[in-house]
Design a protein around this ligand. Sequence first.
Ligand code: NAP
Ligand code: MG
Length: 410
Amino acid sequence: MQKISVKRPIVEIDGDEMARIMWQMVKDKLLLPYLDMRLEYYDLCLRKRDETDDKITEKAANAIKKYGVGVKCATITPNKARVQEYNLKQEWKSPNGTIRAILDGTIFRCPILVRNIPPAVKNWKKPIHIGRHAYGDVYKNQEIRVPGSGKGELVFTPADGGAVIRLTIQDFKGPGILQGIHNTDASIRSFATSCFTYALDQKIDVWFSAKDTISKIYDTRFRQIFEEEYEMNWRKKFEEAGIDYFYTLIDDAVARIMKSEGGILWACKNYDGDVMSDMLASANGSLAMMTSVLVSPDGYFEYEAAHGTVQKHYYRHLKGEKTSSNPTAIIFAWTGCLKKRGGLDKTPDVVEFGKKLEAATIETIESGILTGDLMKVAEPNPKNKQVYTEEFIDAIAERLEKDCKFGCGK
Ligand code: NAP
Ligand code: MG
């Protein structure tokens, strides 16, 4: 049988360590036998980034701008230890940060649900997606350890020479702490646009939460921009798609999420998204069961697994040991990308293949064939069997082969 033809190129961004090993296995056993695709390949392994003075990362991001859709393997963000380990010219910046800065995106995370790993919250039936604003607030702050009595102030000096705005934050009578944070209208608007784009793509409601009752200027500005954006550009499209947007206070959102059955996008401010996405990953069992996609306000998509390079497993792999690392999120990064590529290209067979590969992966896990991380969290069952990564991928391939007998594949 003929391979399925993927009409337009996909930007493939390779990475490091165990994630790179799994990446290759997934391609060799689950993708290339079935798909005829043109891959614009960028190798972002740490050595290549060092060799090219990190230019390769910028090229990869620009390729996503050109082709619209990319898929990325986890990469090492170097620290001092890595600079030594790889004898690097310098401590290169996080590739994800560089790519995000070029595409101006927002990151969405979503757990992959399987029946035999029940979420910690029993009424969660559908995935809860989190959209985290990845700019500003406490992540780009200035802080002062106040040594003793004195006045803490907030000052804005206009560039055009206008009147200085000065507010007293606190008249300190003794030692304390002080912090200044900011955000920009442009970044908040781009966050809102990305959230509405993603939710419409997924056909799910959007909840946006903040604390505007307390933060009457800062958080209120977030709320206003979301509302303006929704009314101006999205309400009609949302109504046509049968989905909804609403704003609620962050504490109300937290309370409601526990009672909800999921199937929503929860748009979170930077700190809330940081905390809540980790809670969600843990409540759903394993880091390797979490997908991540960067959506730019211009409609570019970059898919990846939420986990890192799985360094500890890689060192065992280098010693010749077999590991039971979980490739599920990597597989879903590829299927997400294929479904998007197929959707944009209007090639339903590519979308269909992505869905079949997802189903084969989920069914494999549900049949009790598990990697080590899943073995620890799956419901006990005599059928459960821990397998090595390669065996796990082989089991998926076997299922896919059966599913694909009529319609896709070799
Ligand atoms: P990590 O690679 O996500 O791994 C942390 C731990 O989580 C692992 O040691 C393992 O636990 C478990 N784990 C994660 N993914 C798994 C999988 N697929 N299968 C089974 N277990 C899995 O995070 P890290 O160790 O903090 O970071 C390692 C490197 O990844 C760093 O150099 C960091 O810069 C990079 N990183 C890259 C990205 C990215 O490119 N998107 C994201 C995060 C981190 P056990 O050891 O207990 O089995
Ligand atoms: Mg976090």
